[in-house]
Design a protein around this ligand. Structure first.
Ligand code: ATP
Length: 306
């Protein structure tokens, strides 16, 4: 058994590394072996996105039969609205995004976009319709302009600049000696986590998908960067159907609906204020996060005055 454990454990780590460093969800599927079960059905037609409603209808899912991850999950993100998903680590939050991209398929239940079952449409059209801002972005070894334009290769320079402005990364770029021609990536200028995330946001603004999946970074950012990113995320999700996989509660208070996941089911749902009033799991998560934030602030203050 131990002989199996190490390779499997390694593959788990590798999987996580690859997943977290994805430049674009399309890349993910070409680099990684997909679940061979997930194939286009013969004669599948392209997804037709209109308003962009996303619906989970009694979705049941497990990676391995003995460990159910989603036990009949139903929710709707109405067109243009924002729904946030929160819950303890391992509750199955990121699994939702893997199912939306059809990296895996539910054992039962359906995922629908504008009423079309995503298991019935061409995968490429599905992935074209959805934008993803991942937890961590790896940049191409190329210019910063190229890295943003990747969202829409035929975009004009002015459009790249506008996207960068909306993503609040433009001032940073123009402060560099070579501006938009600066080489980034492993062999170029290394950007911070927050800067990379804003490049990913600019890219998504250019792509302008109807449906967005935001997988928030778990890493602690300083509060200024966090505010900048939050504003950029609000910009990119404006008027788009958005599912936010949230790791920090402070960023989702304005969501139209918050779903609290626990052990594969939606344990609570409602707006921030409704959930606080309820005094349940969400309220407990919220209070715990506030304590952590307060402790962080105190530490930062101590460091400043030391
Ligand atoms: P976190 O907040 O820590 O990111 P999460 O709620 O997003 O957690 P998921 O990534 O959706 O959690 O994972 C849910 C469960 O499924 C976890 O227990 C995880 O170990 C398991 N899991 C994730 N990916 C796989 C996989 N490819 N094969 C088997 N199990 C997996």
């Amino acid at each position: 058994l131990m002989q199996l454990y190490f390779p499997l454990n390694f593959m788990g780590t590798l999987y996580r590394e690859i997943r977290q460093s994805m430049i674009d969800i399309g890349e993910m599927f070409s680099i990684m072996a997909r679940d061979p079960e997930v194939k286009d059905k013969p004669g599948a037609s392209p997804l037709k996105v209109e308003a962009g409603e996303l619906r989970f209808d009694d979705v049941v899912f497990a990676y391995t039969p003995e460990r159910p991850i989603l036990r009949g999950v139903s929710f709707t993100v109405p067109a243009g609205r924002t729904v946030a998903v929160v819950g303890p680590s391992g509750a199955g939050k990121s699994t939702l995004s893997r199912l939306i991209f059809r990296f895996y398929e539910p054992q039962s239940g359906r995922i629908l976009i504008d009423g079309q079952d995503i298991s019935e449409v061409q995968q490429e059209s599905l992935r074209d319709a959805i934008g993803m801002v991942p937890q961590d972005t790896v940049l191409f070894n190329d210019t910063i302009e190229y890295n943003i334009r990747y969202g829409r290769p035929d975009a004009l320079h002015a459009e790249v600049v506008e996207a960068a402005r909306l993503a609040r990364i433009d001032t940073f770029i123009t402060s560099l000696p070579q501006g938009y021609d600066t080489q980034v990536g492993e062999r170029g200028l290394k950007l911070s986590g927050g800067e990379k995330q804003r490049v990913a946001i600019a890219r998504t603004i250019l792509k302008a998908p109807r449906i967005l999946v935001l997988d928030e970074a778990t890493s602690a950012l300083d509060s200024f960067t966090e505010r900048e990113i939050q504003q950029a995320l609000e910009k990119v999700s404006e008027g788009r159907t958005t599912l936010v996989i949230a790791h920090r509660l402070s960023t989702i208070v304005n969501a139209d609906e918050i779903l609290v996941f626990d052990r594969g089911t939606i344990a609570e749902r409602g707006t921030h204020l409704q959930l606080l009033a309820k005094g349940g799991l969400y309220a407990a998560l919220w209070n715990r996060q506030r304590q952590v934030d307060a402790a962080r602030e105190t530490l930062a203050l101590d460091a400043d005055t030391a």
